[in-house]
Design a protein around this ligand. Sequence first.
Ligand SMILES: [Zn+2]
Length: 267
Amino acid sequence: MFIDIHTHVDQYEREDLDGLLERARVARVGCIVAAGTTIASSEKCVELSRIHRSILAGVGVHPQDLPGELGQSDLDSIDRLAADPGVVAMSEVGLDFQADSPDRALQERALRSQLEIARAHRLPVVFHMRESTADTLRVLRDARVGGLGGAAHYFQGSWEEAKSVIDLGFKVSLARPLLRLPDLQDVARRLPLSGIVLETDSYPQYFKSKRERWTEPRDVPVIAARLAELKEVAVDEVEAQTTSNALVMFGPRAGAVRRAISGEREA
Ligand SMILES: [Zn+2]
């Protein structure tokens, strides 16, 4: 079975979600992590983890969704959510230095506070870094959270960046860009399979006119098949290895993921 380690399936309409989960199951994607981007969406992800046995939750505030400084009551909410048994990662947190993003120092403070919550709950950190690789890795290194594990989500960086991510104790999470970016394909060829996890970052893609073309968790095996070609190994090996990597990454929370995959998880 495959694990989709990072999605935003909480953003789908409820009527749409059952079909999406069924398509994922048919494609052998047995566990889907729904990552929050705000406190409200983190709450929704936790709620979904209680309703659907294949969904587990990430909690955190995305750098682009920061309403301003994260206050104590916000941090208390994240802390409370992080304790839920359906939560398997601090996600989605990070730094985003695109032009329209919030103040950089404010983003860094929000990331550091959330990393402390991750540490308190021993949660792996699945992080976002956009136009901010050096700074994101500096903060993660300073905060000494590499031991918690986690992943650089939707990775599209260079070989050197991938190597820094691995050296810090994190996995490189590959998504659909692997299908079309030659530079990323080169990075994937060089990376040890043990350092790779898979994700789709799925969210409702209203900008695509055909519903069937939206990226969904069912696409994880498509990414795995491309990775298998690049590494010249069987897709079964990619499936087994990336699932085992994800279980290692989820560390103390891997039990819930394992139960989700085996269909034994209560929801
Ligand atoms: Zn995301």
